[in-house]
Design a protein around this ligand. Sequence first.
Ligand code: FAD
Length: 461
Amino acid sequence: FFASCNPKICVVGSGPAGFYTAQHLIKARQDAEVDIYERLPVPFGLVRFGVAPDHPEVKNVINTFTQTAKQSRCSFYGNVNVGKDVSIEELQQAYHAVVLSYGAEGNRTMGVPGEQLAGVYSAQNFVGWYNGLPSCQELNPDLSCETAVILGQGNVALDIARILLSPVDILKKTDITQPTLEALERSQIRNVLIIGRRGPLQIACTIKELREMVNLPDTRPEMVAADFNGVAEALKDVPRPRKRLTELMLKTALDTPGEKEQERRNKASRSWGFRFFRSPVEVLGDPDSMRVVGIRLAVNRLEGEGEGARAVLTGEVEDVKCGLVISSIGYKSVPIDPSVPFDSRKAIVPNNMGRVQHVSGLYCSGWLKTGPTGVIATTMNNSFDTARSLVEDIDSGTLDVSISKPGSQSISALLEKRGVKPVSFSDWEKIDNAEMKKGEASGKPREKLLSVEEMLRVVQT
Ligand code: FAD
């Protein structure tokens, strides 16, 4: 007779990866119990702190995550910083399996002189600032300059460009934070340059985001026609999504607009444009204020074709005057516990189908597993894959679930001893309600609480 016990699994991180992993585990095993540990008192990761405030439809996934959180076999423990408040080894002792889904909280740096000057930010911090991430609220960027430069041409870069240039009246109806709205109201930025190392055929954004830029009220596109030499001719060989994206770029950059569009562009008070074949060499600063006043760019040429083309320096450089530099060249996962293998070159946890290499009972999903690329749907699929691997391991006996494990009981005791007070999902719902109520007063879907202290205060009332 085997005493069978319920598999107790914990998930670290409550972004899309954490929630989709939990959802699949609960569905696939009627006996599985899943606890989600989250560093912040609020769930949903980049759905709350990354996705642009003017893309509310993307945030509908929160409804699915909420359904998962409300299942009797799922519990949420917010305000628990794994790696600091509790170690992975302690979690492994308490649970049959641990799934790491803590995302990519670091950022890639440009590695050029002047990067530390005032007025230079990583996309991650800038996005965190306008989305209310508590650790980014001190950023308080100075938007009193005319020109902003964004390095990188992915969707995150376009999100930032759109937020910098959108009429404030549009943003007022979103959940963008109040301090950001006030800063944008005072903003003097008239011109945003979005810079890429390679050419139009290698750009990393998608057509939806480009179309939003092209149609952004009160702005006009300003491109450099020469950047598009030979692009139309190369189009016949490229896959359809890239073809459509490139056609829209070509139309925007080269076609003479119709009368109405010309009038719209003439009237626009702000402009934006891509600059291709440029890499940052140095951020130029004012020696007295230590603030950015410009950026030196190396002029590149392409070697090879298509997606694989490489940017090669020509030796030429060019200076661009600007008062704000945002580097949007990628997020990066960081190790949170020395006991967990970490591939620092790829900045991921090395794994086979979500099974952390050489450590049984340890899994990973989401951006920590794949690196920081892909939309929520991509993250969903790779998280389902990880959950499938885990279930397979239980079914095959590779993962031993025959010994009973204490689960949250022992972790809660540890946390209490350490003075850490976890936030439950119904506590989060209190915060959620308080934020929505606060937003109602100003016609916004929500007004986010901007500090952990404020969030915890609401929980305690
Ligand atoms: P995350 O969402 O980052 O979740 C990780 C979670 O782990 C966080 O809640 C974090 O607080 C928590 N955590 C971190 N460290 C610890 C710790 N030590 N202990 C406990 N918890 C911890 N996708 C779309 O489909 N549409 C979009 O419009 C879109 N916009 C985006 C905009 C930006 C700026 C960015 C960066 C991404 C965007 N994405 C978008 C992509 C999408 O956000 C990701 O695919 C997805 O969030 C990755 O999920 P994840 O769970 O791996 O990471």
